[in-house]
Design a protein around this ligand. Structure first.
Ligand code: BDP
Length: 684
């Protein structure tokens, strides 16, 4: 069905001019190479073309016809090499490719040529995207090179079939503490991921329980290998999340101390066995000393000691250790105002710069707290010149409406990627740090927590498919604009009706701001129900151990994170960011309460007081949520019923919950401050 296909709809082309043009090119396909990845590319081309054009192209070993497509890799056959300037490939990464239409005399060739076979696969998907978005094929001259070496997905799937922070059904990987036998769905997931350039995946939750600890053993490795086989055919390397206490839990050792020789030996043996099953195994993702997970701290070792012992074991096989920096005290005393959770990652990791082996990468969440609707960028980016870094986003909408609310995150991610850290002067943007160009990291990139489950539409909210799509596209090229990505996605997913393209585009582009408007204001975050994190609860986390406070009282609100008289967090940034955030005058409105504690009557740059801003955004936010529904209902009849109805249902739910947010937040602040709304709207 349409819901299941996501952006790989390959709908029959009805416009005859396009049909004619594409038919000319796509009737014949020359593929001489024969490998798993090339076969995936070929299969996808056949599937897409036959579905869009209604016939099966002939697959040939030799270019006999006048006009045809040729697919392959550079340097493998004269057939391709003779038609293209090989120098064009010299500067490409292994995953790069060239798409070109060349005409020699009577002959027209559309060349899809990868630097490696993965590049050829991406080129095939690119061609299908061109067709789905109705682009001409006769004058193509495209060179594509992914900016990030690692373009990764983290599944937070548990083997009992549940998904931590999953809002789209159960796991497609596991059921009943076993790996699923329904491998078809995993293959379709691989197609979706590879179509947007994803090349790595960690297939189990970072919180590794008893049973998942055994994924690294022969009890489960044969089945893990089956999953890795599927992903490999789509250019994706498989990783496992591991439990740092594995040597104790499955190795029967008395300790997991990284400096203990027996522990070192144990990891070596474990890794050797894994590579016997999965020769191109990616490596391990590790959440250690974080939220009650075991780690090197137990043995008074630091994170570099902790990561390096595993990295040593993986190194001979080209494997990586991806070590998460989400390390903070989750048992904090809320009465202690000197501890600031936002500072934790920097404080833990910055002193270890240069101490990690080269096949270790530090994985850093985009913000210093935890995937809130708005946070500043983590000050750790750029602060470790001699340590590989990668960026972690959350596609799953834990704090952004849990796929019941529409919240398109591409604009948020763009802001993070474009943020200038000034780590090495101007233009030290986050995207240039994690793509490796600023400090010449070779192991780096972007990762994100997936938003899919076994719901028919994968993502619960059908429009949340756009987040997965947009994420992948940004990992390939962070310089793409939100608008370009959105337009591509809508056209591929819903077709080309101008009203559909315009309205859904607007819905997506406005949705993050709308969600922010009716939820927590001005960068303060966290006003959610503890535990499941859905719906408003202003003081839910205020007197708890998690380090997530807003300090609202009858006078004001916000966290003073200044160096002058606050927690000192602003000092973790490079100048001029440190000064910009430190000063009340220059701190941007949208992050004001993240950095400063101010009275409700404090005037924002917008000219409004903080309290009036809170009221206004919450009233506006609900109206805007209602506006989303109006846009959607204007498309009735232009979208298939299944998708139309399911999205409408979610939008109704969103409106209802937006009202709840508005009323709870406004009432809370009215009662705390005693200051009435200038417009006298209803506050309870
Ligand atoms: C938090 C989630 C929790 C994750 C944790 C993490 O609430 O479920 O385990 O992040 O990233 O956002 O490790």
């Amino acid at each position: 069905g349409n819901e299941y296909a996501c952006w790989l709809q390959y709908n029959k082309i009805k416009e005859s001019a396009w049909m004619e043009e594409y038919k000319t090119w796509c009737s014949n396909l020359v593929v001489v190479e024969n490998s798993e990845v090339i076969n995936s590319a070929k299969a996808e081309l056949l599937r897409g073309i036959s579905s869009m054009l209604g016939f099966n192209p002939s697959v040939l070993m030799e270019p006999q016809q006048k006009t045809l497509i040729m697919l392959g890799t550079i340097g493998k056959t004269d057939l391709l090499d003779n038609r293209i300037n090989k120098q064009e490939f010299e500067h490409l990464n292994p995953d790069g490719y060239v798409i070109k239409t060349v005409t020699v005399g009577e002959h027209n060739r559309l060349l899809l040529i990868g630097k490696t076979e993965k590049g050829a696969l991406y080129a095939a998907f690119h061609l299908l995207r061109l067709m789905q978005t109705r682009k001409h094929l006769h004058n193509l001259d495209i060179i594509q090179n992914p900016k990030n070496p690692l373009r990764m997905i983290n599944q937070w799937d548990n083997m009992d079939g549940s998904i931590e922070r999953g809002y789209a059904g159960k796991s497609i990987f596991y059921e009943n503490n076993k790996i699923t036998t329904r491998l078809d769905r995993i293959k379709d997931y691989a197609r979706l991921l590879s179509s947007v350039g994803i090349n790595a995946i960690a297939i189990n939750n970072v919180n590794v329980h008893q049973v998942e600890t055994k994924l690294t053993t022969s009890e489960f490795l044969p089945d893990v290998a089956k999953i890795a086989d599927i992903f490999r055919a789509y250019g994706i390397r498989t990783f496992l999340s591991i439990n740092y206490a594995s040597p104790i839990q499955i190795g029967n050792l008395p300790t997991a101390d990284p400096l203990e020789p027996k522990v070192r030996e144990w990891w070596r043996e474990r890794v050797e066995e894994i590579y016997r099953y999965i020769p191109d195994f990616g490596g391990f993702l590790v959440k250690a000393d974080s939220e009650h997970r075991p780690g090197p701290f137990t043995y008074n070792r630091n994170h570099a000691d902790g990561a390096n012992v595993i990295a040593e074991a993986l190194n001979p096989f080209g494997g990586l250790v991806i070590w998460r920096c989400f390390v903070y005290n989750c048992l904090q005393d809320w009465r202690d105002r000197s501890t600031d959770r936002a500072k934790a990652a920097y404080d833990h990791f910055k002193p270890l710069d240069g101490k990690f082996l080269d096949n270790v990468i530090l994985q850093i969440k985009n913000g210093p707290m935890d995937f809130q609707v708005r946070e500043p960028v983590s000050p750790l980016f750029g602060a470790m010149e001699n340590t590989n870094q990668m960026l972690e986003f959350q596609i799953t909408q834990e704090y952004t409406g849990q796929q019941r609310h529409l919240c398109y995150l591409v604009p948020q991610w763009k802001e993070v990627l474009d943020f200038d850290t000034f780590a090495k002067g101007e233009e030290s943007t986050v995207k240039r740090i994690v793509d490796g160009s600023l400090f010449q990291y070779s192991n780096c990139g972007i990762t994100a927590v997936s938003n899919i489950g076994n719901d028919t539409n994968w993502t619960g909210h059908t429009l949340a498919q756009a987040n997965l799509y947009g994420y992948g596209r940004l990992t390939w090229d962070p310089d793409l604009s939100s608008e370009e990505i959105t337009d591509e996605w809508v056209r591929q997913t819903f077709g080309h009706d101008p009203l559909v393209v315009e309205q859904i585009g607007k819905m997506l582009m406005d949705s993050w701001r709308i969600y922010e408007n009716y939820t927590s204001p001005l960068g303060i975050g966290w006003m959610v129900n503890p535990g499941h994190h859905y719906g408003p609860n202003v003081d839910g986390y205020e007197y708890s151990v998690w380090g997530t406070y807003h300090y609202a009282d009858c006078h004001g609100i916000g966290v003073n994170r200044t160096v002058k008289d606050g927690t000192g967090y602003t000092g973790q940034y490079f100048p001029p960011n440190a000064q910009i955030y430190e000063s009340l005058e220059s701190c941007p409105d949208e992050l004001l309460l993240f950095f400063h504690h101010v009275p409700y009557t404090h005037r924002l740059k917008s000219g409004k007081t903080v309290i009036q801003h809170i009221y206004d955004t919450h009233f506006d936010g609900v109206e805007q949520a209602e506006g989303l529904k109006q846009r959607w209902t204007s498309l009735k009849g232009k979208i298939d019923d299944a998708r139309y109805d399911s999205v409408l249902k979610r939008l109704n739910e969103q409106i209802e919950h937006a009202r709840e947010w508005r009323d709870v937040i406004n009432t809370y602040f009215y009662r705390k401050s005693g200051i009435p709304d200038e417009q006298n709207r209803t506050i309870y």
